[in-house]
Write a protein that binds this ligand. Structure first.
Ligand code: ADP
Ligand code: MG
Length: 694
């Protein structure tokens, strides 16, 4: 790829963005489309026909022959089915055609996507609908049309639809609140910048590891002599091969309009990060999906494999995805930017209070939004935030909140007002130095950074929960304040009351410390250590009421999502257990036996010439004993997997409590054997080899 190309020309060159639309669409069509995008109205079919035709001509000019409705089913992994533009003529030739109908609506056969019981198999058809707020683009000869995915009964079957609904919900409530501050705002959007961590390893190593191929993580592997204790990888110089990968990745992403901005090495060996410039949440979500996929594709061209699993290597830091989140008005005001005037500080504090209350009241949902078998390895493992949801607001803001709270003892309303409104509230300094890296939900100057999401997560999940929870608090605040006689004193009282009620969620200390779980328990915070711990909270009345009230999910839709989460968890562990058995039987145990045989042969040969072989003999005995122990653990895995319940109610807990410990026990012995068997005999690349390639 040409590395000297001009970035501005490259950027978005494969995207049907506003500038292309302006160029290629008649003025009235362009205006109608923009109105649709801005106001979320359905697109008129006549307009859609004109847009489709222009889009097709543009796509053909970019080398496209096909189009696809690109959607994100409930698995979170984007799905696509490609149709060519060809349409036959009578004379045996073809035309390239694309209608408005095809643009707006598609009907993929949806029967194989998980629906959590929502869609009976005989009604397998769902449909996809264009989301004009996310630009179409051309990739590998296909025009990609970002779409939402629903069943014919109208139930949502994807992650985009609820995300768009949650964005509408928070926009509506935030606009109501802003109105109370005298601002006429039509739309508040949530913005997200997801920082993406990943591992790059040699494809040749990957290909020799069935566990990496089938499960995305290593199920065996003794710790290498050197781990990450030297802290020499973080922000270290980027290896030339990796740099070449990163350069090509940037170019591919820029072409697709992804605002790839920052790249660096991460804490673990072979671990790296990419951060984009933030954008509107649904675009950030689409772009993050594209980023992950592009990483995998480009890695192959460089002889690498990109691992997006949350914990590819035991004992080495796993990968997360920081969800930087804020709210921005249609005039570009960042609502989480602390103001420099007392009046705007009041507004800032009200939004801050809503977020604090939301995070506290919906801790369970935030935890659920990041729950997966893979992420369970990270949370609380001294590398990622604990499984306890808490917030970091920084010293200055905490001091302000404390002052507000203390003001409660003053009966003098004026004084209370003063505390919130003027004198004790200096312009709030932007907190850039005092970063708390151990907090799951940290205020970082003008946005919140949610650090619990795992690296493979579709960030729609997290943002649906966050947007809707904050929408609810803003709704309550708007209701209360719009009914107040004296806005300022009602505002002061509200901030004071809610700060007091929810301050237990604020924790500025070290989230990795051993004392924190005990302290959190004292505070009454949830500590949902694993996915099975979190699942039962999903469909509580409190949570169902939240989503129903804001029109994001119905109870049935939530139940189906909960079921899919449980199923995915169980399937993941089931595949891991079977993969482990396969590797034990076909690779590890035979290798140990072969090595033992070599040693035993040596003993016999030495003995035949009258030489003692005490070392070899001791090794054979030790290996034989350990192999027997390993075989016992192997059959234990078989037994517990066979006995696993099939229903999604009890299976997650069973896999967590019974299958995981069985796998851990087998791994422990296998890893010990790895240290005893000669390198030439060990059948799979070791951690040292994989992590310290040159
Ligand atoms: P770090 O957390 O590594 O110090 P930064 O604070 O510079 O990095 O930014 C991290 C991410 O936060 C970037 O993706 C950036 O675009 C994003 N970000 C910055 N401002 C906002 C905002 N207002 N809304 C959402 N994301 C934002
Ligand atoms: Mg960060």
């Amino acid at each position: 790829m040409n590395t000297t190309c001009k970035v501005p020309e490259l950027f978005g060159s494969m995207v049907f963005n506003e500038s292309v639309m302006k160029d290629r669409l008649p003025k009235d069509t362009f205006r109608a489309l923009k109105k649709t995008i801005r106001e979320g109205l359905p697109l008129d079919e006549a307009v859609a026909n004109v847009v489709a035709s222009a889009m097709k001509d543009w796509a053909l000019s970019k080398g496209a022959t096909h189009f696809t409705h690109w959607f994100q089913p409930m698995t979170g992994i984007p799905a696509e089915k490609h149709d060519s533009f060809i349409s036959p003529n009578d004379d045996g030739t073809v035309l390239m055609e694309f209608s408005g109908k095809e643009l707006i609506k598609g009907e993929p056969d949806a029967s194989s996507f998980p629906s959590g019981g929502l869609r009976a198999t005989f009604e397998a058809r769902g449909y996809t609908a264009w989301d004009p707020t996310s630009y179409a683009f051309v990739k590998d000869g296909t025009l990609y049309i970002p779409t939402a995915f629903c069943s014919y009964n109208g139930e949502i079957l994807d992650k985009k639809t609820p995300l768009l609904r949650s964005m509408d919900a928070i926009s509506k409530q935030a606009c109501r609140v802003l109105k109370l501050f005298g601002k006429d705002c039509k739309r508040v959007t949530t913005t997200v910048g997801p920082e993406q961590e990943y591992f790059l390893i040699n494809e040749s190593d990957y290909k020799q590891r069935e566990d990496l191929i089938l499960t995305g993580r290593t199920l065996f592997g003794a710790m290498p002599p050197k781990g990450q204790e030297m802290d020499d990888h973080y922000f270290g110089a980027i290896r030339p091969r990796v740099a070449a990968f990163m350069a090509e990745l940037d170019q591919e992403l820029w072409r697709l309009g992804v605002l790839s901005k920052t790249k660096h090495n991460e804490v673990a060996p072979c671990q790296h990060e990419l951060a984009p410039i933030f954008s509107t949440t649904n675009i950030a979500t689409d772009h993050n999906q594209l980023t992950m996929e592009t990483m995998k594709r480009v890695a192959k061209r460089h002889g690498f494999v990109c691992l997006l699993h949350e914990k590819p290597f035991d004992g080495v830091n796993g990968s997360g995805k920081h969800n930087n989140w804020s709210l921005s008005t249609d005039s570009g005001e960042n609502l989480l930017e602390p103001g420099s005037t007392p009046a705007s500080n009041k507004q800032f504090l009200l939004f801050l209070t809503a977020i604090i209350k939301a995070v506290d009241e919906y801790q369970d949902l935030l935890r659920i939004s990041v729950a997966s078998a893979g992420n369970d390895h990270r949370l609380g493992a001294n590398e990622a935030p604990p499984a306890i949801v808490s917030m970091f607001v920084g010293d200055e803001i905490e001091a302000i909140l404390e002052a507000i709270e203390a003001g409660q003892t003053h009966t003098d309303v004026d004084k209370t007002m003063m505390r919130i409104g003027v004198s004790v509230l200096p312009p709030i300094p932007k907190d850039t130095t005092d970063r708390n890296r151990t907090s799951p939900f940290a205020f970082t100057g003008n946005k919140f950074e949610f650090r619990m999401p795992g690296s493979t997560l579709n960030i729609a999940c997290t943002n649906i929960m966050l947007n809707t929870a904050v929408a609810e608090e803003l709704r309550q605040f708007a209701d209360e304040l719009s009914a107040a006689v004296d806005f300022d004193s009602a505002l002061a009282a509200l901030i004071q009351r809610e700060t007091k009620a929810h301050k237990h969620i604020i924790f500025n200390g070290n989230g990795y410390s051993e004392d924190w779980p005990a302290e959190a328990e004292k505070r009454g915070l949830l500590n949902l250590r694993s996915t099975p711990d979190a699942i039962p909270y999903y469909t509580s009345d409190k949570n169902v009421n939240l989503f129903q009230r804001h029109g994001v999910y119905t109870r049935i839709e939530m139940e189906s999502r909960c079921e899919i989460l449980a199923e995915e968890y169980v399937k993941t562990l089931h595949i891991e257990a079977l993969t482990m058995l396969d590797m034990l039987k076909k690779q590890i145990i035979p290798a140990v036996i072969a090595y033992s045989k070599d040693l035993a042969d040596t003993v016999a040969v030495k003995k035949s010439i009258g030489v003692d072989a005490p070392v070899e003999l001791a090794m054979v005995k030790a290996l034989t004993e350990k192999t027997a122990a390993l075989v016992e653990q192997q059959s234990n895995i078989e037994t517990v997997v066979l006995a696993a319940p099939a229903d999604s109610q009890t299976a997650p807990r069973y896999y967590h409590d019974t299958v995981i410990p069985a796998m851990e026990a087998a791994r422990k012995i296998a890893d010990e054997l790895e240290m005893m068997v000669g390198e030439a005999h060990w059948p799979i690349p070791t951690y040292s080899k994989i992590l310290y390639y040159v």
